[in-house]
Design a protein around this ligand. Structure first.
Ligand code: OSB
Ligand code: MG
Length: 368
């Protein structure tokens, strides 16, 4: 289908509560939405890049710039299939979150045009996906226990605690003591060094599902060395930006589990290739999150229906992030901790165009 026009919109959404990680505190999300028009069909994508380059080198102003200046002009007016977007953009190094946003939108348009749901297109093996929740670093242990208790009460099937040096073993111990053997994992967002291995091994007695990205993203070999000292399975997030990164990390023994984020790896196509690679290597995967608004969230729900997504993802309810989302219906988590996979065409959630227009602080349009 011919790509006739692209609309980029920027909106700001306030988080319902501040989200603290080892790299900072976030109180709002600056969201870049991509809408494509292709022969009468429209499709939506969301760029997950943050406001600052503090999780990855990408940041949202940079993503918008590279889309407008370099990517979109070369895609416009071309006959484009979602399966070819990654190839058409292969000349651009990096900028995976920008690439993913346009590929998401093109695939959504394609599926809407033929009335097919993402789940059907992906060959979904489940009608609902298991939800975990990512819990930010809290001011105190009693705050942490209260927040975790509230999420468990809402049905979430797994808790992930953000950790950093000085806020790790005691936090995990307190949650284990209070909530027993609930599925529990931690995410360090690169905050440790290999020299902290003995300290991280103190997490082993708590039977965590995994420890996510303890070391800096370029220290893949050091993760393999860490894995010889720490018994808890290592899961990589920031280190996995491509199919090749995933293949190398698995071969090296740097991780036993992989967090797949569509934005970080450059879109649905690469995400699915990594999923398949992990599956043949016996490496389970789970769907990470980037505090997405409804459109990115809908894409994550769809991705999570693939067979090797056997661990609960960071794919939580709209209301865990926003007072009001930008899609309808909002994404809801059942009391059993699951999200129902929509059966409608494309992402299966309807963008609330009026609300998006009202929130838009910046808008750029490109057409042939
Ligand atoms: O490391 O998984 C991460 C949010 C922003 C950037 C990085 C990460 C996260 C989360 C939140 O953990 C996951 C979510 O609920 O969207
Ligand atoms: Mg992470």
């Amino acid at each position: 289908m011919r790509l006739e026009a692209v609309e980029l919109r920027r909106i700001k959404l306030d988080l319902v509560a501040p989200f603290e990680t080892s790299f900072g505190v976030q109180t709002e999300k600056d969201v870049l939405l991509v809408k494509v028009l292709m022969e009468g069909a429209e499709g939506w994508g969301e760029c997950v890049a943050g406001e600052k380059p503090d999780y990855s080198p990408e940041y949202v102003d940079g993503a918008q710039d590279v889309l407008m200046r370099h990517m979109l002009p070369r895609l416009l007016d071309r006959d484009l299939a979602a399966a070819n977007v990654a190839k058409a953009l292969a000349w651009v190094h990096g900028h995976h979150m920008a690439k993913a946003a346009i590929e998401m939108a093109v695939l959504d348009a394609e599926l809407r045009a033929r009335g097919e749901s993402f789940a059907h297109f992906f060959g979904a093996v489940r009608k609902e996906v298991d939800c975990g929740v990512s819990v930010g670093i809290q001011p105190s242990i009693s705050d942490l226990l209260q927040v975790v208790g509230a999420f468990l009460g809402q049905g979430y099937r797994r808790i992930k605690l953000k950790i950093k040096p000085g806020r790790d073993v005691e936090q995990v111990r307190a949650v284990r003591e209070k909530f027993g053997d609930v599925p529990l994992q931690v995410d360090a967002n690169t905050a440790y060094k290999l020299a902290d291995a003995e300290h991280l091994a103190q997490l082993d007695p708590f039977d965590l599902l995994l420890i996510e990205q303890p070391l800096p993203e370029d220290q893949v070999l050091a993760h393999a060395q860490l894995a010889r000292i720490v018994r808890t399975p290592i899961s990589l997030d920031e280190s996995i930006e491509s199919y090749q990164n995933a293949a190398d990390a698995i071969e090296l023994g740097a991780c036993r589990i992989i967090n797949i984020k569509m934005g970080r790896v450059g879109g649905h196509t690469v995400a699915r290739r990594i999923h398949d690679l992990c599956e043949v290597n016996g490496v389970p995967v789970w769907c990470g999150g980037m505090l997405e608004a409804g459109i990115g969230r809908a894409h994550n729900v769809a991705l999570s229906t693939l067979p090797n997504f056997t661990l609960p993802g960071d794919v939580a309810a709209s209301k865990r992030y926003w007072a009001e989302d930008i899609v309808e219906p909002e994404v809801v988590v059942s009391p059993r901790g699951t999200i129902a996979v929509p059966a409608g065409a494309g992402i299966g959630f309807k963008p609330r165009v009026d609300r998006i227009e009202a929130l838009a602080v910046r808008k750029e349009l490109l057409s042939e």
